[in-house]
Write a protein that binds this ligand. Structure first.
Ligand SMILES: Nc1ncnc2c1ncn2[C@@H]1O[C@H](COP(=O)(O)OP(=O)(O)O)[C@@H](O)[C@H]1O
Ligand SMILES: [Mg+2]
Length: 230
């Protein structure tokens, strides 16, 4: 589903990504570890076509992201991608339910019926049942994070990119969110790339990789996970 070859990126003189090679198959759940500042979020942004690499290729479902123009990238994101941003990016003027339903609305799949059921099911799955009418300002950080997760999954995307999606959650809620992501990979065949500092999350992945200044290498789940940053 996702193939990355020789991806290199610099910000000015600072090299952030160096010859990154990475593949994630449909139905596969891959955890990506790496020290803070090594370029994990930058990598996800490049995959989503929100940022441009200097060298290398990203092929998503057979389509080269670098060859798409801005509209093509936006369409690709809308149809194929679920992105859980590190900073949530929940829309403040929409209710929880409206935020989660937004990808369906953009795809013309919202409205009473199936779409609404799926929104409710996801809110329930992330432990936010009953909070659908609230505005984001009335939620905690951990609750906002779960709105972002539900929104990323609602349209059953082929690729899920999740940037430290359990960073603000207690262990029980984090485990529940991991269940949901894994279920999405297993049942709808989504490829899932999870950036995490959590050993518990890495332990449940099919493969664990580590991003370093030299590229991507295989990592052992238990030994490799760094402690969560303060
Ligand atoms: N827009 C930007 N301009 C300049 N430097 C940036 C920009 N975005 C990120 N960086 C730098 O790139 C490096 C990688 O950042 P990031 O991808 O956020 O790391 P991580 O997610 O692994 O913590 C950091 O050193 C950061 O300061
Ligand atoms: Mg980051």
């Amino acid at each position: 589903m996702l193939q990355i070859k020789g991806l290199t990126k610099r910000y000015g003189d600072t090299r952030v990504l160096h010859r990154v090679d990475l593949q994630v198959a449909s139905g596969e759940f891959v955890a990506l570890l790496g020290e803070s500042g090594v370029g994990k979020s930058t990598l996800l942004n490049c995959i989503a076509g929100l940022d441009d690499a200097d060298e290398g290729r990203i092929v998503l479902g057979g389509v080269e992201v670098g060859a798409l123009d801005a509209d093509g990238r936006a369409l690709m994101r809308r149809e194929r991608l679920g992105f859980v941003f590190q900073a949530f990016h929940v829309l403040p003027h929409l209710s929880v339910e409206e935020n989660v339903a937004l990808p369906l609305r953009l795809l013309g799949r919202a409205g009473p019926g199936a779409g609404q059921d799926r929104v409710r099911m996801l809110l329930d799955a992330v432990g936010l049942a009953g909070l659908g009418e609230r505005l984001p300002a009335q939620l905690s950080g951990g609750q906002l994070q779960r709105v972002a997760i539900a929104r990323a999954l609602v349209h059953e995307p082929a690729l899920i990119l999740a940037d430290e999606p359990t960073g603000n959650l207690d262990p029980t809620t984090a485990a529940r969110v991991l269940d949901l992501l894994l279920d999405q990979a297993r049942r709808s065949g989504a490829a899932c790339l999870l950036v995490t500092h959590s050993q518990a999350a890495a332990a449940r992945a099919d493969r664990v990789l580590r991003l370093t200044p030299q590229g991507v290498e295989a990592a052992a789940a238990a030994a490799a996970a760094a402690p969560a940053p303060a």
